[in-house]
Ligand binder design. Structure first.
Ligand code: SF4
Length: 306
């Protein structure tokens, strides 16, 4: 009976994913036939196991440096790294697992990843941060919002900083904007647990004001260390503030979005922040165009669907 209940829960999860996918596509004003066809054909079976599976291989950075996986993550990033072999390792087994066999493994692996510290490096970094007081944002926070998701994610999303809901729950993107981000992620053919999500600053700026330069300077090394630990193939920069901060480029987000850039040796796609999209739903189509470029990068859209 318990096996039957698990299977039922899995089917419900999959149906919920499909509904969110459709909701985002509808909201983005995307043609249903074209997009649904692309999604069905191009999202690899078993993609939810990407980078997180039973028997997960050692993190490539460990083998590249000889550093033990338990060593503290540096607060300063390492140089850009060779990535192609990493993807080969991570890609092993894709498309080979059936839904019924992969999901229990995924759920178990994600139990730790949900804390945002699902690898030794991330855990060590979080421990080093402790109850951080390196900037004055510490004084107003309820919870430090470290990050969430797959510690070996190929796709990482970086936003600005925690809002009220995130401050209370200690997890990034859990409010209305977070729900929209989840729809966007799932419409791309990923699951939220499959990607990694973090912010430029880890503590809520009072009144949701923009973080100040000294606060960014104090906190950005943590983001760099997260990126060095996760080693994503692609970062999606969410919104004006995150993109301008990461790229040190004051160009408006409306002009930066949709063009590949690079941050810490990782390809970065700037796009609109989900909170902006909630206020300006007509811009969802542009955001979807940006996300489709990312999907192409991951082979989730064929050339004919581009
Ligand atoms: Fe520390 Fe970053 Fe929080 Fe400032 S925002 S107190 S640097 S964790």
């Amino acid at each position: 009976m318990s096996g039957h209940r698990e299977e039922t829960a899995e089917v419900e999860d999959i149906l919920a994913d499909a509904v969110r996918h459709l909701e985002w596509l509808r909201d983005a004003g995307v043609g249903e036939v074209e997009e649904m066809g692309a999604g069905k054909e191009t999202v690899p079976k078993g993609s939810a196991t990407s980078g997180v599976s039973a028997g997960q291989p050692p993190h490539p950075r460990d083998s590249a440096t000889g550093r033990s996986s338990g060593a503290p993550a540096p607060l300063e990033p390492s140089q850009p790294r060779e990535r192609a072999p990493v993807r080969d390792e991570r890609g092993q087994g894709r498309g080979q697992s059936s839904t019924s066999t992969r999901i229990p493994h995924v759920k178990a692996a994600y139990a730790l990843a949900d804390t945002g510290c699902g690898s030794d490096e991330l855990l060590a970094l979080r421990e080093r941060m402790g109850e951080c007081t390196r900037c004055k944002l510490a004084g107003g926070r309820t919870k430090l919002v470290f990050g969430t998701g797959n510690p070996r994610a190929e796709l990482m999303f970086v936003g600005e900083g925690p809002g009220a809901d995130e401050d209370l729950q200690g997890e990034p993107f859990v409010g209305k904007a977070g729900q929209l981000l989840t729809k966007m992620i799932e419409a791309m053919g990923f699951r939220r647990e499959e990607v990694y999500i973090a912010n430029v600053v880890k503590c809520r700026p009072p009144g949701n004001r923009d973080p100040e330069p000294e606060e960014i300077d104090a906190c950005e090394p943590f983001l760099k260390a997260q990126i060095a630990a996760v080693r994503p193939r692609v970062i999606v920069g969410l919104g004006r503030f995150a993109v301008q901060t990461l790229l040190r480029d004051p160009t408006p987000i409306s002009k930066q979005r949709g063009r590949w850039r690079e941050y810490e040796g990782v390809k970065l796609m700037p796009t609109f922040h989900p909170a902006y999209l909630l206020r300006n739903p007509a811009e969802k189509k542009k955001a979807w165009d940006d996300l489709r470029l990312v999907m192409k990068e991951f082979g989730k859209i064929g050339p004919s669907n581009g």
